[in-house]
Structure formats: structure tokens, C-alpha cells
Design a protein around this ligand. Sequence first.
Ligand SMILES: *[C@@H]1O[C@H](CO)[C@@H](O)[C@H](O)[C@H]1NC(C)=O
Ligand SMILES: *[C@@H]1O[C@H](CO)[C@@H](O)[C@H](O)[C@H]1NC(C)=O
Ligand SMILES: *[C@@H]1O[C@H](CO)[C@@H](O)[C@H](O)[C@H]1NC(C)=O
Ligand SMILES: *[C@@H]1O[C@H](CO)[C@@H](O)[C@H](O)[C@H]1NC(C)=O
Ligand SMILES: *[C@@H]1O[C@H](CO)[C@@H](O)[C@H](O)[C@H]1NC(C)=O
Length: 699
Amino acid sequence: MTHLPMFDLRALEGHTAAAYSHFRQDRAWTILLLIYALIICTYVHGLKPAPRFLRHVGPRCHENCTKNGNCNGDTGKCDCSFGYEGPACESRSMPACHTSQKTRSPPQYGTWSLKNCNCFRQLAQIGCPPLGDRECLYQALWNVSLACFEVDGVPPEQQTSDVPRDGFSHPSLRWYWGQPLLGREAMNETSPPKQHLLPNGMYQLPLDACPKRCNERGICGGGSPSDMQGTCICMASYKGKSCETAAQEDCYLSCSGGSRAGLPSGTCIQGFCHCPPGRWGLACTRDEYYTSNVGWKPSYASLRIFVYDLPQNVVHMRTDDGSGQTQDAMYLAEQAFLSQLLADSASSSSSSVVTQNPWEANLFMVPTWSYWYTSNTVTPVRLFRHVIQYLRTNFPYWNELGGRNHVLWAVNDRGSCDWHHLESDLHHPILVTHFGQAARLPPLHVMLNTETLEALERRRQSIRKVQQMLTDFREFNHVDLYYENMPCYRPEKDVVVVPIAPGWVYPVIHTVYGKDHQQYNRSMSRPYTFFFSGGIRTEMMYSQGVRQAIAKMQQERSTWNRPDFLIRTAGFPRASMMQSKFCLAPSGWGWGIRLVEAMAAGCVPVIVQDGIYQYLWDVVPYDEFAVRVSRRSLHRLPQILDAITPEQLEALQAGLTRWHRAFLYGTVHPDGLAYNFTLQSLRRRLTNMWSAHYRRSLN
Ligand SMILES: *[C@@H]1O[C@H](CO)[C@@H](O)[C@H](O)[C@H]1NC(C)=O
Ligand SMILES: *[C@@H]1O[C@H](CO)[C@@H](O)[C@H](O)[C@H]1NC(C)=O
Ligand SMILES: *[C@@H]1O[C@H](CO)[C@@H](O)[C@H](O)[C@H]1NC(C)=O
Ligand SMILES: *[C@@H]1O[C@H](CO)[C@@H](O)[C@H](O)[C@H]1NC(C)=O
Ligand SMILES: *[C@@H]1O[C@H](CO)[C@@H](O)[C@H](O)[C@H]1NC(C)=O
């Protein structure tokens, strides 16, 4: 089909009627021809419908890929466990981080043990993406001086981190002090350390002092530096006296392949599934890949999510050497959600939410394990930038909409409050967080950029005015105000999801709501009208000053000092929520967990979080089960609660009964619906994306 000239509609504007009629006569024949050609084209296409997407099955990698890796159909490359690479995952990407050249062991790249200087340099090839300034994703690479060794007379790629039986002072080892990434020249030679104290209070011993050398999966620790018999400190995901057991459950769905029963399972290697041949992916759920004749043609009829399976060298379940790094279950919502999402990905089924065909997907889920990289305190932006760079250069889908159809999880305390400081690419993806702080004022740096100091001053005044309306709050300093006005969440594009409720709530749920979750248990006595127990800090940015104000008012105001108000600023059993009618749900450094606990305990949450959108606010009606109080009215809380009639309280408790399951994940409670509501919320963002977001330019 030849390319027919198109009309330039802009040329029509401004023409007089006469000129237009002249134009019409001139072009009439051309138009008829065009219509004729269109009819022919449509007819021919109608006879031979070209397939849009082609489905392929079966590997196209190196024939030995699946011995140790998975053949990834999307990329045609062999996916290896962390620390390995090559067409058959045959070579170690960081040989000096291993303790043996023979065993197929995981690399040790953390900060616990003393190791080979080359390990850090090799890790930097993976962990410091060459973007802007060196942004390293591993603690061991952060600008710290440390002691490390090299093996005399052996090329770097043949060295290991093994400490000989005789210990650190073995003559083959040469010791250095400094920052390994700056090169040996920037380091000073130093004498061997006499001992090395590990973070768990033990001393590092040569692996030979431990049973079976811990199978090269751990550090050997002793009670004293000269112990002859050590104890294995296993790396994450390994257990046992000699770290002989690998935790299969540290992988999504334990590599079972999801809902398709009867498939053989893969083997879990520290969060990486080594799948049976023919399958790949986070949980071995993948077995088809697609090509497209028409490019990206997303579905408009339903939610179709494509889940990326990124190489381990791009992102993985990052760990430290020692087992000391325990993850707080509260922060594992990404894992809880993805487990259910992956389980939902039946093969070739168009009814499932997950699709194996990225060309028809409308949302792209980017699993990152960000909490393993950042813990709860650090922003995941550095990691996201690294991952996004990979997506942009290795897949076509990011660039289609500048990342607007991509979903990333930031479950840390404050989510991603710094997005507005970043390059515009990072502004676009859908961020899934727990912290819905959406400051109404524009980001501070915008003001500074435009150099309108008056605007800045006006803004300070307006914040100050708000402050002056607060009773019994201590003064906020400029840091507190800065934090409170950070735009961490954009309601039209981001999703605020539920964090994982702590363990104590699960046994009580059926007592509170009955086995079928439909009967609010009215025989439970709730003698306390109001309950709060939790820490307070001096910084007013902590909980927006709410916890501090409540502690103060309880001490100083007679209206607050009453026996049915249970307020404790030291840890007090949270189970008292089950004996209370109303429970405070404040924020903390970022999001707070008390809302979720109160829901489970049948205690009506009293949310005091100015300007912060709550979990799943767009798909769950908070007015049916919660009370929201602004800081301006906080001092009147006793009167506010007393004014709620028994009938109104009963209605709120009925609301708790209706909605509490939305605050539980199915992975931790069989009747939880947090996954379902999260999908609903994502679906709304998709609708937003098809409308408002499209009006903006795409870069
Ligand atoms: C695959 O592995 C087998 C057995 O180790 C070996 O004989 C063969 O040469 C390998 N294939 C390739 C292409 O390297
Ligand atoms: C890292 O160290 C180098 C030199 O020691 C220094 O110039 C640089 O500012 C440091 N960077 C950070 C982020 O601390
Ligand atoms: C190496 O030694 C020199 C001289 O004592 C000192 O100035 C320098 O700071 C040392 N470098 C490191 C990385 O410790
Ligand atoms: C209701 O609460 C009471 C008191 O805690 C408890 O003994 C009873 O078992 C609960 N009822 C149900 C149906 O769980
Ligand atoms: C929630 O999602 C799960 C998993 O897809 C599904 O089995 C269940 O029926 C859903 N529940 C509701 C109430 O929609």
C-alpha cells in the first residue's frame, strides 16, 4: 500500500469560504481516490487477518543454559543466580567474593567479614551503574575506608576471599587500608589485622575452622579470635550447622509455577528461582514469549499486567554476609502482593490479570526488592534510577509512555518524597507506597529556582499561620516544616497500599468479627473510650507532632485525664485495642501501622494525619469506619468522641466489619483482600493514565 498524502488540517484554518470551495473542487478527485483505496485496503485486510501477536514456546538460549540458569524467552538470554554470568551461567561475575573456586557457591559481598579487595572492585562493576556520579547500590561500596587483602602473585580474577587456615597473617596475603574502589594506589599497605570482630559479637575465623567450611555459604565465627572450632554464620536463605539447607520459601511461590498444579518446582537460590527447562521467571510462572506485528497495542478492556523478570545483576534480593539482616515483616507488602499476582498468572488465560504478552499489557510491574536495598529509612530512588535505565535500554515498553505505565514499589517509611528533585523520567511511573503525604504547596526547590523569595516568604507565613491555629503543639522548626511539606505522593497517579499487619492481630480477627467476618462481636467488652500506646520523639516532624501533643494534653488538661482514656507513651500491649472503642492512628517518621492494627482489633481508628492520604483511600470508604480529626481540633478530641452517639458508634463498627478484610493480605490471612483492592486501585490509575496523563508531553 502506497503512502497517500494526508491533508494538513492546519492549512484549512483561516481560509475564506471562497478559497475553501476552490480547494474542494481541486481536491475532489483525490479524495474519491483516497476513499476507494481505503475500501480496497480494508477489504484485503478483512480476507487475511494478520496475526497481531505471535506466541512462541521453547528456549532459544545456549544449549547448556538451563543446567544452572533459566532461558528467558523475552530476552533470549540466560538468567543466572546472582554472582554468575555467561551463556550457560558458567562463570562467576565476582570471583574474588567467593571463598572457593570449585563449589558453586553464592558470592559474599557484604560488610561483615574481611575479604579480598578485588571483591569490592568486581562488585562495583555490577553495583555502581555508570550514571552521573557513582551511585553504588551496595553498602560495602559506600565511601568507607576498610581493611582488605590481596593474594600475592595471583591475577585478580583468580583470587578469592578465602582466608587460609593459618589466619589473616598467612604470608600469601597482603593487606591494605583505604577505599578499594579508588584502586590499590590510593590504599596504604598495612599489617595483617590481629582479629576481626563481626557485628554479632563473634570473631571471624578461617572457614576451615567450621563444619564443612559452611559449604562456602557463610562466615565462620568464634567466641575468641583463636578458637579452633567455629560456628557457621550462614548467609541469608541458608540454614543448618554447615549452612547445608537452602530456604525454598525465600523465593516467590517457592518456585512452584503458580496456579498450574502439577508442574515440577524450581530450586530457590537466595530469591532466584532456577526453573525446570522451558520455564523462567520470578516464580517459574513463565513459559511463553511473544512478538508483535503491530508494536505495542495495549488492552483497553481489562487490566493486563506484565511482570518483568529482571536479571539478578540488575536487581535481586540483596543481602549482607551475615544472617543478622532480618527483615521486618511489616515492610514486605511488595512480596505479599506479588505472590498473589504471580499466582494469578495462569498460562495463556485471557481472564487472568497477569499476561505473558507484554505487547498487549497495559501496566508493567517492576519487582525490585527495594526494601532489601534501602531498609526502611532510605529512599529507593537510586535503585529505581538504575532499574529504569536498564528497562529503557533493554525493552521498548518504557519509552512508549515515558514510564507512565510502569509500577514500582517503595514501601520504606516515607516512600519517594524526593521525586521532584529528579530527572523527569523518574516523575512518571506509578509508585506504590504506604505514605500518602501529598503536600498542597509546590515543592520548595521550584520556588528557589524561580528565585522568588517573596513567594518563599509567603509560603512560610502560610505554614506559620496553620501552626498558630494548633493548640498544645510545640513549635515546628524549619526542618519539621520542610518534611511536612514534601510532596511524597501524587493521588492521580500513585497508589497507597496497606502495610502488613503485625503477627498479634491474626489470631484475634475471628474473635472480633466471627468466622465469616460478618458479626461484630458485641460481647467483647470495650471499657476504654480511647487508646494510644507508642513512642514519641522530640522532633516535631515525627507524627506531625501529634503524639507529642497528645502526651502533653494528657498531662496538662483535665478533660484528657480520665480513666477511660488509655494513653501510654511507653510500649503497652497493643491488644488493649480490643478493649477500646476508638484508637489513635497517627503517622510516625512516615506511615504508621496502627490503623491496620485498629481495623483488626475492631477499634474505630481516629486518624490524625493532616494532608496524608490513607491506605487504599480511593477504593475503600473511610467515612464508614473511621473518624478523621485535624490537628486543629485535636485538643477537643474528648468532646468529639463523647458526642458520638452509641448508634453512630455501632454504625462505624459495622463499617469495620464490612471493610477490615481490605487491610489484610491473603498471604498472611486466608480471608484477606488487600491484594484485590490494590488491583482495583491500580486499575483506577490506568484509567487516569488514559486520560489526564496523556495530555502532557511524553518526555
Ligand atoms: C554442553 O555441555 C556438555 C556437557 O558438559 C558439553 O559436552 C557440551 O560441549 C556443551 N555445549 C556447548 C555448546 O558448550
Ligand atoms: C567519597 O570520597 C571521595 C574521596 O575520598 C570524596 O571526594 C567524595 O566526596 C566522597 N563522596 C561521598 C559521597 O562521601
Ligand atoms: C596513607 O598514608 C598517608 C601517609 O601516612 C596518609 O596521609 C593517607 O591518609 C593514608 N591513606 C589512607 C587511605 O589511609
Ligand atoms: C466474642 O468475644 C468473647 C470475649 O472475648 C469471646 O469469648 C467469644 O468467643 C467471642 N465470640 C466469637 C463468636 O468468637
Ligand atoms: C481476591 O483475589 C483472589 C485472587 O485472585 C480471588 O481468588 C478472590 O476471589 C478475590 N476475592 C474477591 C472477594 O474478589
